[in-house]
Write a protein that binds this ligand. Sequence first.
Ligand code: ADP
Ligand code: X2W
Length: 255
Amino acid sequence: MNKLTVIKVGGKIVEEEESLKQLLDDFARIEGHKILVHGGGRSATKIAERLGIQSNMVDGRRITDAATLQIVTMVYGGLVNKNIVARLQALDVNALGLTGADMDVIRSEKRPVKEIDYGFVGDVKHVKSETLQWLIDKDIVPIMAPLTHDGKGNILNTNADTIAAETAQAMSAHYDVTLVYCFEKKGVLMDENDDNSVISRLDKELYQKYIDEGVITGGMLPKLDNAFRSIEKGVKAVIITQASEIGKDSGTRII
Ligand SMILES: Nc1ncnc2c1ncn2[C@@H]1O[C@H](COP(=O)(O)OP(=O)(O)O)[C@@H](O)[C@H]1O
Ligand SMILES: CC(=O)N[C@@H](CCC(=O)OP(=O)(O)O)C(=O)O
C-alpha cells in the first residue's frame, strides 16, 4: 500500500504568522500523498468577540448556536482554509480547500441533545474515502476545514481533531496512514510547562494512569481519545508533536 500522511494543525499555530509559515513550509516538504486538516478555534473565538458574540466551550467542543454557526462557517471554510490554500499554492503544493459538504466528503449527524445541547455540532457518520483517494491520486492535496454537513442542506461544526481521526481511519482502507497531531508543545508532556518532559511512547494503560494522576488534562483528552481510536481502527501510526518536528523521530508516539 502507498503511504499517506494526515496532518492536523490546531488553532494556535494557524493564528500566529511565524508558526503557520513554519508549518506550511514543513508540510510542503512532506513527500508522498498528504492531507492537511486545520482547526481555527481561537480565530473563531476572536472574531465572535469582535461581533459581540460570546463563545462557550464544553469538553473542548464549541456550543454552536445559529449566530456562531455563521461565524465558524466564515472563519473555517473561508478565512482560515483559503489563506492556507493560497499559501500552499505559493509553495507549489496543489492544494484544494474542502469542507465536508464539498463533494459530500464528510457527512455527519447533529449531535443528539442529552445533558448538553451543543447546537449545530455534527458527529461524523461517513467519510467518502474514495473521493479523497481520487483527488490524492491526481496529486491534489486536500485541505480540510472542521465543517461537515448533514445531507439535508445544513452545515455542522465538527472538532478538527475528530475530522483528522475519522479521515485517517477511513483512508486506512486505501493507504498506510500516519496521523500527526501538530500543536505548540513538543508532545504529550509529563509537566505541561516543561518541553523537555516529552512522553515518547504512550499506551492505553499509561494513558489512563496519567489521566488519574492529572498529568493529562483539557484539550489533550479528546485528542488522545481520537488517537487511540485511530490505532484501533487501522491507522498505522499516530504521533503528537510540534509542527517544526514533522517527519523527525520525536514527539509522542501512540502504541
Ligand atoms: N500532558 C500534557 N501535555 C501537553 N499538553 C497538555 C497536557 N495536558 C493538557 N494539555 C493541554 O492540551 C492542549 C492541546 O489541546 P488543544 O488546545 O485542544 O490543541 P489544538 O491546539 O491542537 O487544538 C495544550 O495546549 C495543553 O494546554
Ligand atoms: C465542535 C467544535 O468544537 N468545533 C471546533 C472546530 C475548530 C477546532 O477544532 O479548532 P482547533 O483545532 O483549533 O481547536 C470549534 O469550533 O472550536
